[in-house]
Write a protein that binds this ligand. Structure first.
Ligand code: XMP
Length: 329
């Protein structure tokens, strides 16, 4: 392993604001001396790692940093807006927001194989990011929210960090990775000290391909929209529990079943989707158990979810990992 990629044995675990502030100061100096007066480009998904990385680099070099936020249409409700609000306004970074929703969803139309879906999402993401990078002059560095487990697990290459697959002409960038020696819990403490909002810092794990792997089978815009609404409801309602599960979300399989709606007092039969509620506890995502969700909370979610156009059924997935995986795809 590269020298700079090894966490020194004497490095103290960052558990409080004082330690976080000391780390922030140290990194600000390190970033300034690495970058000088050059420019840094960063793909900002809005996830914890890239957000903390962006906030830190922005504190160090201000407008020498440009962030690109690619909206692939598979983000959770309110996420692209929050990235624009927090980074465009609060942190006042140069933020390029790319609405690539049609490009992604058009390419995904009719594709039902999960791995094929992941490949398409990953490839278009790189294409869009590279196109934006080429429009900018004089960028020498690429900011990346690599964290220590990424280094331990993949010897420095984080597959879903996307830059691993950058085209030839973009591989000369030097990397700026200010949180690469931190564990996830430390990244969160640093994020909080930087002033990032709690719902960004304490976000649940969210797959790189986003809602794409939860809109099971071939993605359609209407089913994806129903999923996004249902997901927001589930996050809100389960989020009110005194102890929240490690991860909780919805999936929406590509099947319909019979339902009934009353129009002017008359029952009308129609076919609708089933939304699946999934909540799991785990330590490392290798195995997962299913915590009990109080029945009144399940009923509250059901009552709200069946109001979503196209949905007529709500299920609760009580499968553990193994044999099921956490995600549906
Ligand atoms: P599974 O479904 O394999 O999920 O039990 C384990 C954990 O990994 C997350 N996950 C992903 N994360 N890209 C990611 O960045 C992916 O393609 C992906 N698939 C699953 C999942 O949310 C869970 O926390």
């Amino acid at each position: 392993m590269e020298q700079g990629n090894v966490r020194p044995a004497e490095m103290e675990r960052i558990t409080n604001e004082t330690l976080a502030n000391a780390f922030i100061e140290e990194q600000i100096q390190a970033i300034r001396s690495q970058v000088g007066d050059k420019k840094v480009l960063l793909a900002l998904s809005g996830g914890v790692d890239s957000s903390v990385c962006a906030a830190l680099i922005s504190k160090a070099i201000g407008k020498q940093l440009t962030c690109v936020h690619v909206n692939h249409g598979l983000l959770r409700k309110g996420e692209p807006e929050q990235v624009c609000e927090v980074f465009g306004k609060q942190f006042d970074v140069n933020l390029i927001y790319v609405d690539a929703v049609d490009r992604f969803l058009d390419a995904l139309a009719g594709v039902s194989d999960p791995e094929q879906k992941r490949k398409i999402i990953g490839k278009i993401f790189i294409d869009v990011f590279a196109e934006e990078a080429r429009k900018l002059d004089g960028v020498s560095f690429l900011g990346q929210g690599t964290i220590y487990p990424d280094i331990l697990e993949s010897h420095g290459v984080k597959a879903h960090h996307n830059v691993g697959g950058l085209p030839e002409d973009m591989r000369d960038f030097e990397l700026v990775e200010p949180v690469k020696l931190l564990y996830k819990d430390e990244v969160r403490v640093v994020g909080k000290a930087l002033g990032l909002p709690d719902n960004m810092v304490f976000r649940q794990p969210f797959p790189g391909p986003g809602l794409g792997v939860r809109c099971v089978g071939a993605i359609t815009r209407d089913r994806l929209e129903a999923l996004r609404e249902a997901d927001a409801i589930v996050r809100e309602e389960i989020g009110k529990l005194p102890e929240t599960p490690w991860q909780y979300f919805c999936a929406i399989p590509d099947i319909v079943s019979t339902g009934i709606r009353y129009v002017d007092g008359k029952g009308v039969r129609y076919m609708g989707w089933a939304v699946v509620i999934r909540a799991v506890n785990t330590v490392d995502a290798v195995a997962a158990t299913v915590p009990e969700i109080p029945f009144p909370v399940l009923c509250k979610m059901r009552d709200r979810i069946v109001q979503i156009p196209g949905v007529n059924r709500v299920l609760w997935d009580i499968s553990e990992k193994p044999v099921a995986t956490i995600e549906w795809e």
